[in-house]
Design a protein around this ligand. Structure first.
Ligand code: THU
Length: 299
């Protein structure tokens, strides 16, 4: 392990939380490309204590969910992975570099976990991941920085096996989308839910047309909604139809391949579920992410 978390509990420990936090933390430093051993201190406390810290160090007299106190300052626009030599100057007597302190309010984490409908352990993992990226020089002061930080957070959580959106939730969203299907000609309702790398989900249904060829499939509706909102990176799509197990058609495979040949495709029907990677559904696919096709789009 290249990161060690010193976890301090103000009250009794939450079972299973520390292992999850360690795993998520490990993914953060690995993603940032930090090879040197580092450590961070995490205090899990209550609203009253976090409020004191917030007042003392930030002049804000109210409770909050999480506070991060970096020990290493990176130059603006650069993160720790980009100025790794900094770590060398922060080595202490143990030979490890100290990233900084994280303070979390368990009360706030509990409330937020209820609000988002996930476990307290998952919420704590998210807060630690968020904080560690702060300690490594990330911020969310403007949209661009925020997006960069969100992508790293989401990736770290995914890699740690605690994706923000579970497969069950994604399938549920595809089913919701299916209810809105406009299919007066085929009466074949299809719904899709496309998961972006930053955790957002775009839903789509099939939209038919009296001129049949103008019909748009559910998968492409979801994809086009996402791409037209600026999304470019996708990790999974769930597809569900009312009457059969419906794998994406050839055109949708090609459309999705443009952005994510390694997309995980989950197909659900009634209580059955199957999945495959897009590159398995579209072998030898033609697109910009093939390595050999760099000439596409060039003069
Ligand atoms: N359809 C989809 O929405 N996705 C697929 O992958 C297969 C087909 C729709 C298109 C049309 O509205 C209906 O299913 C019947 O072909």
């Amino acid at each position: 392990m290249s990161i060690r978390l010193e976890v301090e509990w103000k009250k009794e420990k939450i079972p299973g939380a520390e292992e999850l936090l360690e795993r998520a933390a490990q993914m953060c430093v690995r993603l940032e490309g930090i090879a040197r051993p580092v450590y961070a201190h995490v205090l899990l406390t209550d609203d009253a204590v976090i409020r004191t810290y917030n007042r003392q160090f930030r002049g804000i007299d109210r409770e909050t969910d999480v506070l991060s106190f970096p020990s290493i300052q990176c130059t603006p626009q650069k993160t720790l992975g980009q100025c790794a030599e900094k770590l060398g100057r922060e080595i202490d007597e143990t030979g490890d570099a100290f990233l900084g302190d994280v303070v979390i309010s368990l009360q706030r984490a509990q409330e937020q976990s209820r609000e988002y409908g996930h476990s307290l352990q998952r919420e704590l993992a998210y807060l630690v991941v968020h904080s560690l990226f702060h300690l490594m020089g990330y911020d969310h002061m403007n949209d661009e920085d925020k997006r960069r930080m969100r992508i790293m957070e989401e990736q770290a959580l995914n890699n740690a096996g605690i994706a923000r959106v579970t497969d069950d939730e994604l399938v549920e969203m595809a089913k919701e989308a299916m209810q809105l299907s406009y299919s007066p000609y085929s009466h074949f309702k299809v719904g899709a839910a496309l998961l972006c790398k930053d955790g957002k989900v775009y839903k789509g249904c099939n939209i038919e047309n009296a001129s049949y060829g103008a019909t748009n499939c559910a998968e492409r509706t979801a994809l086009f909604k996402a791409v037209s909102e600026g999304e470019r990176e996708f990790t999974a799509i769930a597809v569900t139809a009312e009457k059969a197990m419906a794998w994406p058609c050839g055109i949708c495979r090609q459309a999705l391949n443009e952005f994510a040949p390694d997309l995980r495709v989950i197909v659900a029907w009634q209580d059955q579920r199957e999945e495959a990677f897009l590159y398995e559904l579209l072998p030898h696919g033609f697109g910009p992410k093939m390595g050999t096709l760099e000439f596409l789009g060039k003069e």
